[in-house]
Design a protein around this ligand. Structure first.
Ligand SMILES: [Zn+2]
Length: 432
């Protein structure tokens, strides 16, 4: 889920609606078809073959929250097996060759009853898997992922986005593990009582002592610690405390796009010893410096040109977005630049894909939805990555991190006791 630089969220439905109604002609001046961007060439056969032989494992997709915002947790309005107005549905997942997905169970930091919301979102993922058994299969372990892929199903895992979920309770953390959660993003955009967020106040200088215990308990359970959304100091603390590989389920490289949501080089270097994986986010604002600022400026100019005609304005903005060459939105090459950088600093074993599809309102040219993943493979091959290295990036690294976290958990369960909540509010009966 996005929005490092904006406090609001979910501009996505509007942005997508604009794109969907846009005609593929015109630039800032809609009457000039010469400004239309030519269509991208089809993905080569070799890239398709390499892609299909790999195991694309995406770290973050916000489809469950999209269904919530559309008030369709019952999935009666759209058919996932046919078409959903968004970036994700079965036909496009199959076209994109997705093999495994961490479905994001997101809770806004300010959501009342966060625990109830998490349960509802986890329930949604479980029902989604049950409703589409020909295409989806629940996965709770790395072995489960491989079994699902072997059976031709999309391995479906659950990742909680926002430590607000656990209500400062180890019991709730364990309950969510039992409900199937296999990662937890420590914060969303707001700082919690035990962890500083990248875009929140600096309260603890990283993790509090309780936050360190949360990491320890997640290690003991075998739940991956996700450092997307946390401050650089929190990332540092997590790397210091965690005994298992950590992930950034949907973050890009700070050195190429300096926003607080991205992962700085010293942390990338630290992942080498930790064994962790940064899964690159496709959100334009995390890929291209000043993407949001420049998009706003372009849209403001269009708004000024159509002060009184909303329909014309919306159409022109949609056409601008559609034909923007990638200077602002980024391109497939921009995503691979981030992958390259992470490979350079952290190594080939520490990078993956975490699209953030259905949670972003701007994405690179050519990566419109989940059908487009093979374009990444094509660009990686073009740059000289070997097939085994492409496969590591697509999902091998993520699967290895999950498996290692399971091994560490087994060791810890044999040697350490669970973290137990300190119940401060036990009511005493005065008559006793
Ligand atoms: Zn997010």
């Amino acid at each position: 889920m996005l929005h490092a630089q904006t406090t609001g969220r979910r501009m996505f439905p509007l942005a997508l609606a604009l794109i969907l109604v846009s005609a593929p002609v015109g630039g800032l001046r809609a009457e000039d078809p010469a400004e239309a961007r030519p269509p991208l060439p089809p993905v080569s056969e070799r890239a398709r073959a390499v892609h299909a032989a790999g195991m694309l494992f995406d770290g973050h997709n916000d489809f469950p929250w999209l269904m919530r915002t559309q008030n369709d947790l019952g999935m009666t309005k759209s058919d996932f097996a046919q078409h959903v107005d968004g970036q994700t549905d079965v036909p496009r997942l199959r076209e994109g060759g997705l093999k495994a997905q961490f479905w994001s169970v997101y809770i806004p930091s300010e959501q009342p009853h966060p625990t109830k919301t998490v349960v509802e979102q986890i329930d949604f993922v479980n029902r989604l898997v049950e409703k589409y058994p020909d295409d989806l299969q629940l996965a709770l372990t790395a072995d489960d992922v491989e079994k699902a892929v072997k059976a031709g199903k999309i391995a479906s895992l659950i990742g909680i986005e926002g430590g607000v979920a656990i209500d400062d309770s180890f019991a709730e953390l364990r309950a969510f593990y039992k409900l199937g959660a296999r990662y937890m993003t420590m914060t969303h955009n707001k700082t919690l009582a035990w962890a500083d967020a990248a875009t929140g106040e600096r309260q603890h200088g990283g993790l509090s002592e309780f936050g360190e215990r949360v990491v320890a308990e997640m290690n003991r359970l075998g739940m991956l610690v996700d450092i997307s959304h946390v401050s650089a100091e929190t990332m540092e603390d997590v790397l210091r405390v965690s005994k298992a590989p950590v992930i950034a389920s949907h973050s890009s490289a700070f050195a190429l796009c300096p926003v607080p949501r991205n992962v700085p080089d010293p942390i990338l270097a630290g992942l080498k010893t930790n064994g962790g994986v940064v899964m690159v986010n496709f959100y334009s604002a995390f890929l291209v410096p000043d993407a949001n600022k420049n998009a706003r400026a372009a849209k403001d100019a269009i708004r000024k040109a159509h002060p009184d005609d909303k329909a014309a304005r919306d159409k022109a903005i949609a056409e601008w977005y559609e034909n923007e060459p990638g200077t602002i939105r980024g391109t497939v090459a921009t995503v691979v630049d981030h992958i390259d950088h992470i490979v350079k600093v952290a190594g080939i074993d520490h990078v993956g894909i975490g699209s953030d599809f259905d949670g972003i309102d701007s994405w690179p040219v050519g990566l419109d939805d989940v059908s487009a993943y093979p374009r990444i493979t094509e660009e990686l091959l073009r740059r000289g990555y070997s097939e085994p290295d492409v496969h590591k990036i697509l999902g091998g690294n993520a699967l290895r991190a999950l498996r290692e976290a399971e091994t560490v958990a087994k060791q810890l369960q044999a040697t350490t006791a669970p973290q137990v909540d300190d119940i401060k509010h036990v009511r005493k009966n005065d008559d006793d």
